[in-house]
Design a protein around this ligand. Structure first.
Ligand code: IDC
Length: 446
């Protein structure tokens, strides 16, 4: 009896140990956003993973200004880990104001020298980048122009700053550069382009394929204007910002126009408040926005990770905790946004597979030839035609074409041929096939 209970106890102990080890390995080895997707690139209007070739949609959080005492205390691994594990956040934006509140270019009333202010801010960026990297999260380094209105004002400082940042983080797959938060005060798209054409080559000299985000006129609202005359670089995205209690249908129309014109867009900042960051919350409009963004797999970052007493803050006003927030320590905006992130995470992954070929027509041309005409499949790179004299497609031949019609030669006279076609799409060197359309049969008579 005694011996048996000892054996049972032993078995139970092993069982418990296994369970503990299993849960430990799950929490330790669950793939992080960066482990799953690796470096990013821009393909058409989408942000894509270089590793899988699939679209990537980031759901992120922006810090408040990292210059501000309501912003920088949350730059930590503990805080980012809470966001990642408890609130399904895959990316962080580090917002560094250039002018307001001891900014990088204008220290205002700070008693420290401008260079001391700058080294403090760069230190905070580094803390943020390292924390995000350790956690497998993506991170945006944001040159947060606002009161300075035009990025041209501090262009030479921006070039120096991004030269240093891109040299430092060139080997990082998770770092994204945002070169001008919100041009305003009548800054035109051509002013912004001139600035971008000066800053982008500086980053690219160190990091040839980093994803770079460019602001658009009128506080980064005019993506429609940018879409008419985009910049001539790869791996660029253009930013649209919205605050749902202020920016509604007409701004969503701007986004639709931009997408129709093929512009890749990233929402590096949004709020459920008014544009001031304060006032009423409008979650009904915010839901419309997030639905639209999800539909197009556009990434978005909520402003801001702060306990400042304003509607946009994600933390409850005055909350002293710097990480590990329970939902009761979130603000109403934070609660709504993170519940949306939880609901939306992992949903909506449209693949690159092109759709099924709807129709083909076959025509016998004199000289034992067969003309195959294919009804165009949108997004297809080309088509694969398979033909055989057997219904089973035994010993079938395959030809690839990028056109919607193709002539097959050297066929046998008086022979029946079976033909079927599927579309394919090539993304980052990978080929994705759609399904075959219906098989057609034809007799080669001439
Ligand atoms: C706001 C902050 C606020 C701060 C102000 C400084 O929420 O606490 O006093 O900046 O000017 C933006 C800007 C972003 C703004 C935010 C809300 O990019 O810096 O933050 N907003 O007004 N664009 C639209 C809204």
């Amino acid at each position: 009896m005694k011996k048996r209970s000892r054996v049972i106890r032993y078995i139970v102990r092993i069982f418990v140990l296994c369970a503990v080890m299993c849960s430990f390995s799950i929490t330790t080895y669950a793939a992080t956003p960066v482990a799953s997707n690796g470096a990013l690139a821009v393909q058409g209007t989408k942000l894509v993973s270089k590793k899988t070739g699939q679209p990537v949609q980031l759901r992120g959080v922006s810090t408040h200004g990292i210059n501000w005492d309501v912003g920088y205390p949350y730059i930590s691994k503990a805080a980012f880990k809470t966001l990642r594990d408890d609130y399904k956040v895959s990316a962080i934006r580090l917002a560094m104001y250039t002018t307001e509140y001891y900014g990088y270019c204008d220290k205002g009333s700070a008693w420290e020298s401008q260079s001391t202010v700058q080294s403090t801010l760069k230190q905070r960026i580094d803390t943020g980048v390292q924390a995000a990297t350790d956690l497998g999260m993506y991170v945006i380094i944001d040159w947060h122009i606002l009161n300075d209105q035009t990025p041209k004002k501090y262009q030479s400082e921006a070039k120096k700053f991004f030269k240093e940042m891109s040299a430092k983080y060139a080997g990082y797959d998770n770092v994204i550069y945002e070169i001008c938060n919100e041009p305003n005060g009548g800054t035109s798209w051509s002013d912004i382009k001139s600035y971008a054409n000066a800053v982008i080559p500086v980053i690219r000299a160190n990091d040839s394929d980093a994803v770079i985000i460019v602001g658009t006129p009128t506080w980064s609202q005019d993506v429609d204007i940018a879409s008419k005359s985009p910049l001539k670089y790869d791996n660029l995205m253009y930013t649209l910002h919205f605050y749902s209690a202020t920016h509604k249908d007409s701004y969503r129309e701007k986004l639709k126009t931009a997408l129709n014109n093929g512009l890749p867009v990233m929402v590096t900042e949004y709020g459920v408040s008014e544009a001031s960051g304060n006032g009423a919350m409008d979650t009904a409009e915010a839901k419309k926005w997030l639905d639209l963004l999800d539909q197009h797999q556009i990434s978005y970052f909520a402003w801001s990770l702060s306990n400042k007493a304003e509607t946009a803050s994600l933390l409850k006003a005055g909350t002293s905790k710097k990480s590990g927030w329970s939902t009761s320590q979130l603000s109403p905006a934070g609660r709504w946004i993170f519940s949306q992130y939880k609901k939306r995470a992992g949903v909506s992954t449209v693949s690159y597979k092109p759709s099924k070929v709807k129709k083909i027509t076959l025509k016998n041309i004199k000289g034992k030839k067969l003309k195959v005409t294919i009804k165009k499949v949108s997004n297809a790179t080309g088509y694969e035609i398979k033909y055989s004299t057997k219904k089973s497609f035994k010993n079938a031949k395959i030809v690839k074409t990028t056109k919607t019609s193709h002539v097959i030669k050297k066929l046998k006279k008086k022979q029946y041929y079976y033909v079927k076609v599927r579309a394919y799409r090539t993304v980052n060197g990978k080929t994705y096939y759609g399904s075959y359309g219906t098989t057609k049969k034809i007799r080669v008579k001439k």
